[in-house]
Design a protein around this ligand. Structure first.
Ligand SMILES: NC(=O)c1ccc[n+]([C@@H]2O[C@H](COP(=O)([O-])OP(=O)(O)OC[C@H]3O[C@@H](n4cnc5c(N)ncnc54)[C@H](OP(=O)(O)O)[C@@H]3O)[C@@H](O)[C@H]2O)c1
Length: 322
């Protein structure tokens, strides 16, 4: 199988490229900074056509992950890059898929679970989930993220690829022990005593273990009857206070001091990020995957946290010994 991953040099792309490469597939990552990897990396700029388009001719799947990281301050310049990098690259990939011959079988396009409303009462699924943006207490930064997600999904929906099935991945945070990923960051904070509940700790955290993320994408590639929006998240999101308590326990962290909203605002400024990533309630469940019989290997957080922490510790021991 040939898998082409535009924007596949980041956290999620590395998880996928590594897994598909290990299985013996032909993996091609499109990147603005081609470097040597165990898979092929081909140059593109994410904005304009080029020789990279030939890689799509007859490939089996295109997984477009391109987008400036949202882990930054939402300045005017960053906001523009966050939105443009997603919308422009999605249109570009859509046009390249439409022109490819033979056509790719399936296009899996990254979107985000952040598109759903901040809520506590019920989980958001693909059928009855509320899209965000109209919450009366939503800060401007939360509205911005939803505007980006809507524009991103709009660019995908408008792309006409009659011979290629389209699937939109509303993914939760994808957890792997890799350095600098979101899990690594959370573990490091927890081990420094900063793993207490954030705010009142009631906000839900949606997450997915890397092995379930890879399996879900593989499953979506194989199931021709599935197209449109698919939530890629474990079926059991949980409140921040419980999520952090389990993480502290599994990674051997000391009790964590709770952080109030103003403490988080200062911390976010120092870390050059936004509190939205920790304070917004993301209660998202994968109804379509479950209805179609997809089996999660790590549906519950304690077992997922144990496995991830185990590999995180092994990796660090090896790193220190080297
Ligand atoms: N990580 C998660 O848990 C998560 C959850 C939900 C949704 N998502 C979405 O899934 C996608 C992949 O996530 P990720 O964590 O792997 O992201 P990432 O580590 O930030 O990687 C995204 C890639 O996009 C490319 N890129 C960045 N800025 C760009 C720009 N201005 N123009 C063109 N390309 C640019 C970069 O590749 P080069 O520098 O090599 O060109 C980068 O490696 C993102 O769109 C993200 O919003 C991620």
């Amino acid at each position: 199988m040939k898998v082409v991953i535009p924007g596949g040099s980041g956290q999620v792309g590395t998880i996928l490229a590594r897994a598909f490469c290990q299985e013996g597939h032909d993996v091609v990552v499109l990147s603005r900074q081609p470097v040597v990897r165990p898979w092929r990396v081909v140059a593109w700029d994410g904005r304009s056509p080029g020789a990279w388009r030939e890689e799509l001719d007859g490939c089996d799947v295109v997984i477009n992950l391109t987008g400036r990281s949202v882990n930054c301050r939402y300045t005017v310049a960053n906001r523009d890059e966050i939105q443009q990098s997603r919308v422009v690259s999605t249109r570009l990939v859509g046009r390249a898929i439409a022109a490819a011959s033979p056509s790719p079988r399936v296009w899996l396009q990254a979107s985000t679970a952040t598109i759903y409303a901040h809520r506590f009462d019920r989980p958001n699924d693909e059928h009855s989930g509320l899209l965000g943006g109209d919450e009366h207490d939503a800060p401007d930064t939360w509205r911005f993220s939803i505007d980006v997600a809507r524009a991103w999904e709009g660019a995908f929906e408008e792309a006409a690829t009659p011979n290629t099935r389209k699937v939109l991945l509303r993914s939760a945070m994808t957890l792997s022990p890799d350095a600098s990923g979101v899990f690594d960051t959370l573990v490091r904070l927890a081990r420094r005593g900063l793993g207490g509940r954030a705010g009142d700790g009631r906000q839900f955290m949606s997450w997915v273990h890397e092995s379930d993320f890879v399996s879900a994408l593989r499953w979506l590639m194989d199931h021709d009857e599935v197209s449109g929006v698919v939530n890629v998240a474990s079926p059991n999101p949980l409140p921040n206070a419980e999520f952090m308590q389990v993480l502290r326990q599994e990674c051997g962290a000391p009790p964590g001091l709770p952080a109030t909203k103003w403490m988080l605002e200062i911390g976010a400024m120092l870390l050059q990020t936004e509190t939205e990533l920790i304070l917004k309630s993301r209660r998202v469940v994968p109804a379509r995957l479950v209805e179609h019989g997809f089996q999660f290997h790590y549906p519950d957080w304690p077992a997922a946290a144990r496995e991830l922490c185990g590999r995180w510790k092994q990796w660090h021991q090896r790193f220190r010994a080297a």
